[in-house]
Structure formats: structure tokens, C-alpha cells
Design a protein around this ligand. Structure first.
Ligand code: DP6
Length: 361
């Protein structure tokens, strides 16, 4: 799966004019969580996610002629404005991948990026941002090299590059359900890049994700810091074993359409993620009282009604409510009448099973 070549292409003659490319790429929500990494952004366990539809980043990358080659030259606009922190992160990322794209040091780059979801949503945007940028890089590289990759090879290459920017980003390259990390249960799976889950029962293509925003403030502990707390964690070995088992089971569940066991695994993963944070050295807690209230309510509601709704969490306090299209009405009633009732801004974001990135130009 990873034996494609990065040909390390340099431009043989200077660019004569600016070349631009634009991609829209979605965020994803993990069902089995990536938590802990090793080496060069390799996961310690396999993870599995659903690609979303509405939460996207749109990125335009322009390469312009440059007089003298040297270190990466980047001008970044986020929502039409310069953004020093984001610009620095993107510059460092680009500087770290010049071995794959030597032409990055031969052009001047302009990166214009926007998210289709509100800033205040508290949604992690690194998955959509790095997948969109990786797609732009791969498109420009193809153009410079004059090669035409088939669609699947192109997406795989972009997934590999996106991973180097942010681990979870490598799962955003494909529609629907995506797996990242080596598992015996899926031939072709890899730690280097994500692959689409090949067999998905139609019921899972009707999955919805409503994000209930509990708190949109910046997280006190970043994901990157959180991952590092898994080094030497007392439960590290058990966690890897559990994630491998959950991944294998979930792959089977996704094939057979077993909603009940889907819910069991998804909630087990969300609670495990937060338990690992709390039990790490220098433990921390990202759930808030309102997060706990919503979780309890969802579990009670499911018990009372027998409906198929469950929760998952990212590394933050906001709750992702997962449910199916045929029960939208009842779940919506729960959301409106209870889940967002303490929420001053009444913030919810409705999303669903997505089709993957789109090239806009
Ligand atoms: C809890 O992909 O944001 O959302 O690789 O350091 O950029 P970096 O971390 P990131 O971690 C995501 C962690 C998670 C679980 C998941 O998406 O699988």
C-alpha cells in the first residue's frame, strides 16, 4: 500500500507563471480513537472514523515564480487575514516535507484557507486543514511532474502527507468510514496512511452527527500534548490491545449492520479516551459537568426508548451525538427539549456521513 514513489521532484526550469489549486476537505469524527503516537507521526493503535459533510476546510494554494531558491516562503491568509500562529504551524509542516516535494524551496507559496464551520464551534480543524493542504500539494506536484495518478493512488499519497501534518487528517481523504493503522482484520491497512473501510452495511451510510457545543474555548491541553501523555502510561499496553480488539469488532459490525454493538464500541472508546487522560501522569480532565449531564441523559433516553443514539467525544468537552436517519425526529426532540437547554448560545452543529474531499479548482 505504501510502495508508491515520492519522486522528490524538483522543477527543472523556474516557473514562468503562478499556478493555483483549490480543494475542499472535511473533518472526521473518530469512532475508535487514535491516542498515542511514535516515530514520525505513526499511531500506536489503529483508529477508525467517519468522514463528515459540513465541517470542511477550503484551501487554495498558489505557487509563484521565485528568484532564488531557499527555505520555504509562505504567505498565509486564514479567513482573508494573516494569522501568525497558524502560519507558523503550516510553515514548519511544509519545511518538514521538502524531501517529498523539493520544489517547495523553489517557489513562493500563498495559502488561503477558510473553514465552513464557525470559529466558535470548538471543532478541531486540523484534520480538515491538513487534508486540504495535502491534496493541494499532491495536485501541484502532479502538475509539475506532468503525471496522472489514478484516483486511489492520488488519495493514498495525500493521506500519507496529511498524516505528517496531523495524524487524524489522514483519515479525511476518503468518503464514509476510514481506517488508519495496521490491523490484521483489514488487508492493506497501514500505519503510514488511511484506507477506506471496504464493506459498509447501508444502515451506516445514514449516520448523523450532531455536535452539542458545551464549551468552545481553546482546550487547556492540546491533542499533541495528550498523545505524549501515553508514553509510559500505566495502561498503555492494555489500551493498544483494547483498540485493536475494538477495531476488529467494529469492522465486523460495520459489515453486518449491528447497531447495538456499534453503540457499545463507540461509547466504550469515548469514555476510554477520557479515562486515559485522567489517569495519565499529571492527569487532566476535559469533560465538563454539562458533558457528563448530556452523556447520562443520552444513556437514559436510549434505555427508555430503545432508540439507537449514542455519544462520542473528541479531546474536548463537546458531545458528538451519533444516530440514524430513520430516528431523526425523536432524537431532535431530545436535543431541543433537553440536551441544549442549558446552552446559552443554543449551539448545535448538524453533520452527517460525508462523501470526502472535492477539488474546486
Ligand atoms: C482525540 O490528529 O489532532 O481526536 O497528530 O498531534 O495532530 P496530532 O493529533 P490529532 O489527534 C486526534 C485525537 C482524537 C482522536 C482521533 O481523532 O482519532
Amino acid at each position: 500500500m505504501t510502495n508508491f514513489d515520492f519522486q522528490g521532484s524538483r522543477l527543472t526550469s523556474a516557473l514562468s507563471e503562478a499556478v493555483s489549486v483549490t480543494w475542499q476537505s472535511p473533518s472526521n469524527i473518530a469512532l475508535v480513537k487514535y491516542w498515542g503516537k511514535t516515530g514520525r507521526q505513526l499511531p500506536v493503535n489503529p483508529s477508525l472514523s467517519m468522514t463528515l459533510s459540513n465541517a470542511c476546510t477550503v484551501t487554495k494554494l498558489t505557487a509563484s515564480p521565485r528568484k532564488k531558491e531557499g527555505s520555504v516562503e509562505l504567505d498565509l491568509l486564514f479567513d482573508d487575514k494573516p494569522n501568525a500562529v497558524f502560519g507558523e504551524r503550516m510553515s514548519m509542516f511544509l519545511a518538514s516535507i521538502t524531501e517529498y516535494y523539493p520544489w517547495l524551496e523553489q517557489v513562493s507559496l500563498k495559502l488561503e484557507t477558510k473553514n465552513t464551520f464557525p470559529h466558535s464551534a470548538g471543532i478541531a480543524s486540523s484534520a480538515s486543514a491538513f487534508s486540504a493542504l495535502a491534496l493541494c500539494l499532491c495536485s501541484l506536484d502532479n502538475e509539475f511532474l506532468g503525471i496522472l495518478l489514478d484516483e486511489s493512488e492520488f488519495r493514498s499519497k495525500a493521506s500519507y502527507i496529511a498524516r505528517l501534518g496531523s495524524g487524524s487528517a489522514c483519515r479525511s481523504l476518503f468518503p464514509g468510514l476510514t481506517l488508519w493503522g495496521l490491523t490484521k482484520s483489514l488487508h492493506g491497512s497501514s500505519d503510514m496512511l488511511a484506507v477506506p473501510v471496504p464493506e459498509v452495511h447501508p444502515v451506516f451510510t445514514t449516520l448523523r452527527d450532531t455536535i452539542i457545543i458545551v464549551n468552545s474555548r481553546e482546550k487547556p491541553v492540546s491533542s499533541t500534548e495528550g498523545h505524549s501523555r501515553m508514553n509510559g502510561h500505566a495502561f498503555a499496553e492494555a489500551r493498544v490491545k483494547q483498540a485493536k480488539k475494538n477495531t476488529s469488532e467494529l469492522l465486523h459490525i460495520l459489515k453486518t449492520g449491528d447497531k447495538k454493538n456499534f453503540i457499545r464500541i463507540v461509547e466504550n472508546e469515548a469514555l476510554t479516551l477520557h479515562a486515559l487522560m485522567m489517569t495519565s501522569d499529571n492527569g487532566f480532565m476535559l469533560m465538563e459537568p454539562e458533558t457528563v449531564r448530556i452523556i447520562r441523559k443520552v444513556q437514559e433516553f436510549r434505555k427508555e426508548t430503545g432508540l439507537h443514539v449514542c455519544f462520542t467525544l473528541d479531546a474536548g468537552p463537546n458531545v458528538h451525538l451519533l444516530y440514524f436517519e430513520d430516528e431523526i425526529e425523536q432524537v431532535n426532540k431530545l436535543i431541543v427539549e433537553d440536551l441544549i437547554k442549558n446552552n446559552k448560545q443554543n449551539t448545535r452543529i448538524d453533520d452527517f456521513y460525508g462523501k470526502g474531499p472535492v477539488k474546486l479548482g
